[in-house]
Design a protein around this ligand. Structure first.
Ligand code: SF4
Length: 317
């Protein structure tokens, strides 16, 4: 995950819950992709603090650093070394065909693409294969990158000898949460988020701005819950009441103000244990740094072993 600072409820639903669940099934590695952040923003002044804020959110969400190392990509030099080797195994035209890149160019209104941005799926392949990852928990938009990773692994194994697995994507069940403004994507850069660290009051305040059914103008107008962002949040955070909310909205018995208040309360209640854990780690910065150092030394050990094998297989060791 790129270090974007404090995380929002879309991250919880789209990634963190999945990661936490997978901890009991797999040996997980959690990478803070700080070099990846440079592909779209060269300002590094907040990079470290954003990484720390993000780790605190991970820990508060239930990532167990004893089981699953957390570490920064920039601190494990082997990522950049393997990236270099992998960059010899893929053509620029293959990278230009990457649909995720095309979407980013459109969304960010980019006139041209820097070399590092074009090649970021190659760096991502190194991030995955350095740890010989065989399963990668991703959203739909990242599946093309896993395909590139598989192609690079295959190409390496055919060219020099078997080293890498061909990883499979593992899609999240509830892949995406819409933003408060109705945008399909909840994103800090759009400004349509509820942060995991928001207080109940902040959640109430933000929820007042949420887009509902535009045809439900007055309280007793019948509404269409399936086009309403608030209803999608109820589905995630308040599932037992969903049938009642649907019928109240459709009949006009339920007004949007009450519906939003209820939704805010349910989200705030769900996040209460998270906020408590977050406060614990926030007040113990040394403990967080120790966790990070420990994760980095564990990741480093695995990365070194893989690179030794890579160099030996390529006969450049
Ligand atoms: S009543 Fe609730 S579900 Fe219906 S439109 Fe209003 S906020 Fe959305």
């Amino acid at each position: 995950m790129r270090p974007t600072g404090k995380l929002h409820i879309g991250h919880l639903v789209g990634a963190l819950e999945n990661w936490v669940a997978l901890q009991s099934e797999f040996d997980n590695y959690h990478l803070i992709a700080d070099y990846h952040a440079l592909t779209t923003n060269l300002d590094t002044s907040d990079l470290y603090q954003n990484s720390i804020d993000m780790i605190i959110d991970w820990l508060a969400a239930g990532i167990d650093p004893q089981k699953s190392p957390v570490f920064r990509q920039s601190q494990i030099k082997e990522h950049t070394e393997l990236h270099l080797v992998f960059s010899m195994l893929i053509t620029t035209s293959r990278l230009e065909r990457n649909p995720t890149l095309k979407d980013q160019i459109r969304d960010l209104n980019m006139e041209s693409v820097i070399y590092g941005h074009l090649g970021y799926p190659v760096l991502q392949s190194a991030d995955i294969l350095l740890y010989k990852g065989d399963v990668v928990p991703v959203g739909e938009d990242q599946v093309p990158h896993i395909e590139i990773t598989r192609e690079i692994a295959r190409r390496f194994n055919t060219q020099w000898g078997q080293v890498f697995p061909e990883p499979e994507p593992k899609l999240t069940k509830f892949a995406r949460l819409a933003g408060l403004d109705g945008n399909q994507k909840m994103s800090k850069s759009i400004g349509n988020t509820i942060l995991l660290s928001d207080s109940p009051e902040e959640i109430q305040k933000k929820m007042r701005t949420a887009v509902t059914d535009t045809l439900k103008v007055r309280k007793n107008d019948p509404g269409r819950p399936d086009v309403c962002v608030v209803f999608s949040y109820h589905k995630k955070f308040n599932s037992p009441e969903v049938p009642e909310i649907r019928s109240g909205c459709e009949s006009g018995a339920l007004g949007c103000v009450d519906c939003k208040k209820n939704c805010s309360t349910k989200i705030a209640d769900t996040l209460a244990p998270f906020r408590e854990k977050r406060a614990y780690f926030e007040s113990r910065p040394n403990e967080v740094i120790e966790i990070l150092n420990h994760g980095e030394s564990r990741a480093q050990h695995v990365a070194r072993e893989t690179m030794k094998e890579v160099r030996a297989t390529m006969k450049i060791g």
